[in-house]
Design a protein around this ligand. Structure first.
Ligand SMILES: C[S@@+](CC[C@H](N)C(=O)[O-])C[C@H]1O[C@@H](n2cnc3c(N)ncnc32)[C@H](O)[C@@H]1O
Ligand SMILES: [Mg+2]
Length: 247
């Protein structure tokens, strides 16, 4: 049989992102929510990584010498600030156009980021390893999510960290992240998300554990409509993020 190995790429999902790719770096555009929660999720990543690797997060480039892979990097909203903090960054996305936009933007910013259009399961097959692996707001867009998370986990080097983020599958997330964000607030184009593909924290954690990772931190992220900012909370019912480690 051709195609005996399942892939994590869903062609219709990739087409959606390619159609929006020109707006990756527009803070008021179709990716506005990602721009809005970028500072808070970056602080989370920096804090956990500094603690794990014994780095001083107030230093200029605290993460010099560490390799980071951003799986499903899109336009590179996380790759760029993390490269500035000293990580040697590889950005991976299954959509060709995202990689083109991300590469052009990094070049304009004078940042050396290794962008690749590839699949994480291929990197895992080749035995590549990274000190830090991110997969933020991606799992709800992939096929074969267990295979995807297993591949993400296997490329975490011993002693390394994985960060993940997605949306929970609850009635509240159906009301807020799907109907609210797409139909009422119009934060996202209609059809951006399929609520059935949202992942419960127990499912996310279970998948990582099955691949030998230990989940260290699990936090919710909530929007404050008055301040217009996102912050970490203990409420996991809509958006959440986690960090896990390989010991
Ligand atoms: C919502 S965006 C998140 C972008 C980025 N991680 C961020 O949070 O700013 C989801 C990204 O995942 C990518 N993607 C979807 N399926 C993928 C797969 N199987 N492997 C790698 N990337 C994938 C899409 O092309 C898109 O760029
Ligand atoms: Mg999403």
């Amino acid at each position: 049989m051709a195609n005996a190995t399942p892939s994590t790429a869903l062609p219709e999902e990739l087409a959606k992102f390619e159609a929006m790719a020109d707006s990756w770096w527009d803070p008021e555009g179709k990716f506005k929510p990602l721009h809005q929660f970028n500072p808070e999720r970056l602080r989370f990543i920096v804090r956990q990584a500094a603690a794990r690797f014994g780095r001083d997060e107030t230093a200029d480039r605290p993460f010099e010498g560490l390799r980071l892979l951003d799986v499903g990097c899109g336009g590179g909203l996380l790759c760029e600030p993390l490269a500035r903090l000293g990580f040697s960054v590889t950005g991976l996305d299954a959509a060709e156009k995202n990689i083109r936009i991300a590469s052009l933007h990094a070049e304009k910013m004078g940042l050396a980021i290794d962008y690749r259009c590839d699949l994480v399961e291929k990197l895992a097959e080749r035995g590549e390893q990274f000190d830090v692996v991110l997969t933020m707001e991606v799992v709800e867009h992939v096929d074969n999510v267990d295979l995807f998370l297993a591949a993400c986990s296997h490329i975490v080097a011993p002693g390394g960290l994985l960060f993940g983020a997605t949306m929970n599958r609850t009635l509240k997330s159906l009301a807020m992240a799907k109907i609210g964000a797409e139909y009422i607030l119009r934060w996202l184009p209609r059809g951006t998300h399929d609520w059935r593909k949202f992942l419960k924290p127990s499912e996310f954690v279970g998948s990582l554990r099955a691949s030998g990772l230990v989940v260290d931190t699990l936090k919710g992220m909530s929007f404050n409509p008055i301040a217009g900012t996102w912050s970490l909370t203990d409420d996991l019912s809509v958006n959440y993020l986690l960090s896990a480690s390989r010991n």
